[in-house]
Design a protein around this ligand. Sequence first.
Ligand code: 3H9
Length: 726
Amino acid sequence: MAQYTSASTALAVIRLRNPPVNALSLPVLQALEDGLKRADADPSVKAIMICGENGKFSAGADIQGFSLPKTRGISLGHFVSLIERCEKPVVAAIEGVALGGGLEVALGCHYRVAHVKARMGLPEVTIGLLPGGEGTQRLPRLIGVPAALDIITTGRHIPATEALKLGLVDEVVEENTIEAAIRLANKVIGQPLEPRRLSLRPVPKLPNMEAFLSEALVKLKKQARRYLAPELCFQAVRAATELPFADGVRKERELFNVLLTSGQAQALQYAFFAERAVQKWTTPHGSSWQNASPQPIHKAAVIGLGTMGRGIVTSLVKASIPVVALEQNLEYLNTGRKAVMLLLEREAMKMEQGAQTLDFHNPARLQFTVDFDALRDVDLVIEAVFENMPLKKEIFQKLSRICKPAAFLCTNTSALNIDEIASATSRPQQVVGTHFFSPAHIMRLLEIIYGHHTSPTAIATAVQLGKVLKKVGVVVGNCFGFAGNRMMFPYVEQAVFLLEEGSRPEAVDQVLEDFGFKIGPFRMSDLAGLDVAWRSRKGRGLAGDSVPPGTPARQRHGRRYSPLPDLLCENGRFGQKTGKGWYQYEKAGGRTAKPDPWLHNVLTQYRDTHHIKTRFIDQEEILERCLFSLINEGFDILAEGIASGPEHLDVIYIHGYGWPKHRGGPMFYASTVGLPRVLAKLQRYSEAHPDVPALRPSTFLKKLVAVGNPPLKEWMSYLSRPSNKL
Ligand code: 3H9
């Protein structure tokens, strides 16, 4: 757990050992303490070096351990103080990462040497905590309040070169960090240690500390709305500016405990592990990350330079993958090219700030064409044209003829049947869905959809592509809307039904935004454009001329249907792009949504026409009907084997749909509400709306309640035989 060795008679080495990231579990810390005591007691030892096994210093406290009651009382600060109080100089040799408690241990050391590729930081805030090993008190004393506040409240990882500039480390080396640390340790033997003990230093003064802190707090509250940890991090740093070290540490501990027991910390830590869990993908047919190998992608192509295609090209260029961008004619190609270049220029500017460069003017890296022949040598194609099955099939047939046999053919469809698209090719095993989210160069989610014939290699290649693009890839099965949109349909449907029954777009949006969504369903629909879903409804015979005569206005296939969104589209109200949708905007393309009296009048008339009695709908009903119908669909998706665990759905919602991370995703949220309550509410709403299938409780949800509401981790074990629809 921490190995004690000697580099020479005078130098003791304590190596933290807890693979894979040397997390500071209790046994590691106890072994560290034992090592310090042994070195202290040995008169031949004149200095101590602390380093980590396998080229990593430490990623901090063991996050799994926070949920274990026996580790709750442990104070990392005790161990850090022991290091600092040591009468022999202690040098930290930082390789790989020194994060969270790992950096706090290094701050207890009297000197720090880092490898040039090492990253440091206090990312506790990202998992709902604050640095609880006295880091909020030592860091401001070492690098000053502004820099410490930035590092602690953002949780960002700092490269070694920046750490050196800030004074966080004493030396950065390109070669062997351990040897450099040994050299430094030998050099400082006998030098006074008092000035190196950070707890004894004053916090560097600022001429305007109070004004600086007030301004910083205002900014923080604006940026981190509804998140507890950033503000409590701030309070801990403020304590360092106001209190002696020991009192500041007491304050830090008090605030840490508030966060530790908060639901937010649990949700954010769940999200941390969920993101890692989804990387270990499996399918009901037995293929998995363990038995499939990705193929390298040296060159890719994107077909269609609409909003999605442009973002996908940008994403590939940013990842240094040469791209061929194809459009159907020169006019569309030129428009697309201009838009892509603009996006890339903006990205290049952002990257320059981080001292990186983006090469996109080289035609060997980015080529624009209308000629399908240019796709002959690409390893992977991403089709991003209109959501139109005949068009997609035509393209895939062409690709199947033109692309080399080993090339993977991906579709960016957000809902259409992957198998049907694949049926147009002679290589259905190479066809896979890669559903990006808009804007595709920014949103982190990549939904990866396998069809009936998709090979494990194709899945693994899409997953690998996601990693290279710095996205979170989630592998799911094939069904209409896949996992994310399929869950979104009932959510949006409920929002519209609530309008029919008496609510308003601004009331529904407000409730969901107060819950933590970045934007509510109506603002979201205005942003995305109402015409997209309208076209899809028309294609599916739900709206427009294809609806058989005599079909009741508010019913389709025996279920309740709302023609309200169609009505808006018939009036040319497509959302922000037309300046009008569920809201009105200052102009076409405007972004400031204002409630629209036109819509309120239409709603009143609509209710009169359809004899709907307007009623007051409270916030609880709005929230529950929207969220529980979405969650209910999630249980069906799990039962059908479309997603292999609740974590998958939660990661999809956090990274693709703006679900508030501090609530851990919809399925985690359901587990915190309690499945019996979710079920009871769905039963009640379903009784009130028997013609809405989305409110009818899922059989899987009922089963979980019947077996006693087991913890989320155990849910999947209650599916007797995961039956995939495929
Ligand atoms: C803290 O320190 C609190 C203190 O201030 C006060 C305490 C009182 N614990 O991400 P990866 C696992 S809070 C347990 O896939 P990468 C991870 O789950 C802590 N496990 O690799 C995965 O397991 P598996 C503050 C951890 O190379 C494996 O390690 N520290 C921890 O992409 C590999 O991880 C943080 O918040 C941990 N601390 O990235 C740092 N860290 O193989 C959190 C990782 O079973 N960690 N694991 O799936 C990270 O940011 C990244 O993991 C890291 C490596 C950058 C280190």
